[in-house]
Design a protein around this ligand. Structure first.
Ligand SMILES: Nc1nc2c(ncn2[C@@H]2O[C@H](COP(=O)(O)OP(=O)(O)OP(=O)(O)O)[C@@H](O)[C@H]2O)c(=O)[nH]1
Ligand SMILES: [Mg+2]
Length: 451
């Protein structure tokens, strides 16, 4: 620990509120308590009420403060937590005073990063802190809470332990080749390794859900001009967000908003109508929409089912598939055109009337169905891994597959063992057995300041 290095930040949102909490972490904390509050031996974790006097002796606020000694603090270093009145002006003065007394401003996520570096939590738990702060639906909250309590860490640790055991047996065989390795049955290393691959695959498969839970689902409404896209958007949001008119080409630019389809937050975009055109400006608009389609997880393709189905530009029709698209037959309150039913056969389809607000429960169900909800759950634990975990798990599964192949081909056991060790390394990355400082800095930079 750098003796000079104590950082501080406002840990509550900026703006007027009942309280504003400032935290400091680092070796200066006991000295700050004694200098600011004239308390030379604070009882750790005891709450004190005191006046905050600035370095120049000016009264700044009447505060509540708590001192935490290193082994019992959030970061694992000495900490001071000061609850001030939630006036941004007072909070700024207190922060400036702390800086005058030798603290520096914290970087985003630095409190949690320090907790991780001090071994107070592993990396998957540290990541869960930010997930917990950002969770807005029941399942995303549960997944974050369980990960913080170590649900993913325990699973990964178990995989690492099992793999270590199998590798040790294989390595013992290298040293004592007269002891045969069992080649079949449940005890055989190959079948145990295959079980591990199945476990890892199960975890990997939760990544789509995990990414949706953490980042929300990016959805886009597309369709021909006047199909009722903006009306549909407004119905989904429950407010008149997008302009609706019977003039084709009303929506020119993207309009983005979000709503919830439990357990996901859906970030939805309304777009300009797609059609075959020679107009250069419209063409530019369509190519912009195409870019957005490529970035979307879910496409709500809306047609006016009362008229002849639209001819989509080829670039658009080629990216639509059953896994990412719901076909919406809008204007169900009007006489349906006979060709509508045959259009894009095999796609999920829902009939709505965005004018009358009907068919939206069915649309919500279809959205849930297409997005799916795969999680790993045992004993009520919810596990849905992140994109970073997913990469590490895929790499581990690949290493194991290579190791298994080598064992099956009766190649030298040393070779197989070295791939199993690589797999262990990749599994370890999930819980932070990594020494890549840049990766850690990047990861914690996505946190808020003060956390
Ligand atoms: N009868 C009926 N009319 C609808 C329905 N949905 C939308 N409309 C009408 O269709 C017209 C076009 O609706 P919009 O929501 O602006 O359509 P859009 O697809 O956003 O159109 P652009 O932005 O121009 O591409 C408006 O007059 C709406 O009132 C529906 O379900 N039934
Ligand atoms: Mg529109």
């Amino acid at each position: 620990m750098d003796l000079q290095d104590t950082f501080t930040a406002l840990s509550t949102p900026h703006g007027e509120s009942a309280l504003g909490i400032i935290r400091c972490s680092g070796p200066l904390c006991p000295f700050l308590v004694s200098e600011i509050f004239h308390n030379t031996s604070p009882t750790p974790r005891k709450v004190y009420v005191a006046d905050y006097q600035s370095y120049e002796g000016q009264f700044l606020d009447n505060v509540v403060y708590t001192y935490f000694q290193d082994e019992r603090s959030y970061t694992g270093d000495p900490m001071l937590e000061i609850s001030c009145h939630g006036n941004p002006f007072i909070l700024q003065l207190v922060l400036e005073d702390l800086v005058k007394r030798g603290c520096r401003h914290a970087l985003p996520g630095e409190f949690t990063q320090t907790a991780f570096l001090n071994g107070r939590m592993d990396l998957s738990q540290a990541e869960a802190v930010i997930d917990l702060i950002k969770a807005r639906t029941d399942l995303s909250f549960k997944a974050a809470a369980h990960q913080l309590q170590g649900s993913l860490s325990r699973r990964i640790q178990k995989l690492v332990d099992d793999l270590l055991q199998i590798t040790a047996e294989i390595e013992a065989y290298i040293d004592f080749p007269e002891e045969d390795l069992p080649t079949d049955g449940e005890a055989a290393p190959i079948s145990r390794l295959k079980n591990l691959v199945t476990e890892i695959d199960k975890l990997s498969e939760t990544a789509r859900t995990g990414i949706f839970l953490r980042e929300g689902v990016k959805a886009i409404i597309i369709g021909a001009p006047n199909a009722g896209k903006s009306s549909l958007m407004n119905q989904l949001l429950g407010e008149a967000r997008s302009i609706v008119s019977n003039t084709p080409g009303t929506t020119r630019d993207y309009i983005e908003a979000s709503f919830f389809v439990e357990p996901y937050r859906i970030i939805i975009m309304d777009t300009a109508g797609l059609h075959n055109t020679v107009d250069e400006i419209e063409k530019a608009g369509i190519s912009k929409t195409l870019e957005q389609i490529a970035l979307s997880d879910l496409i709500l393709f809306t047609i006016d089912a009362s008229s002849y189905p639209p001819l989509l530009p080829d670039e658009v029709s080629s990216v639509l598939n059953r896994d990412n698209t719901i076909l919406i037959h809008n204007k169900s309150d009007l006489q349906q055109h006979p060709s509508a039913d045959k259009y894009l056969e095999g796609f999920h389809r829902v009939s709505t009337s965005a004018l009358e607000g009907s068919g939206f429960d069915e649309l919500t169900d279809a959205i849930k169905f297409v997005l799916g909800n795969p999680i790993v759950s045992e004993k009520g634990d919810v596990v849905a891994v992140s994109a970073r975990h997913h990469t590490a798990l895929l790499d581990a599964a690949h290493d194991l597959a290579v190791g298994i192949q080598l064992l099956e081909n009766e190649e030298p056991a040393e070779l197989a063992a070295s791939h199993l060790r690589d797999a262990m390394g990749n599994l370890g990355k999930v819980i932070g057995q990594v020494d890549n400082e840049r990766m850690l800095d990047k990861l914690f930079a996505s946190f808020c300041i003060g956390k």
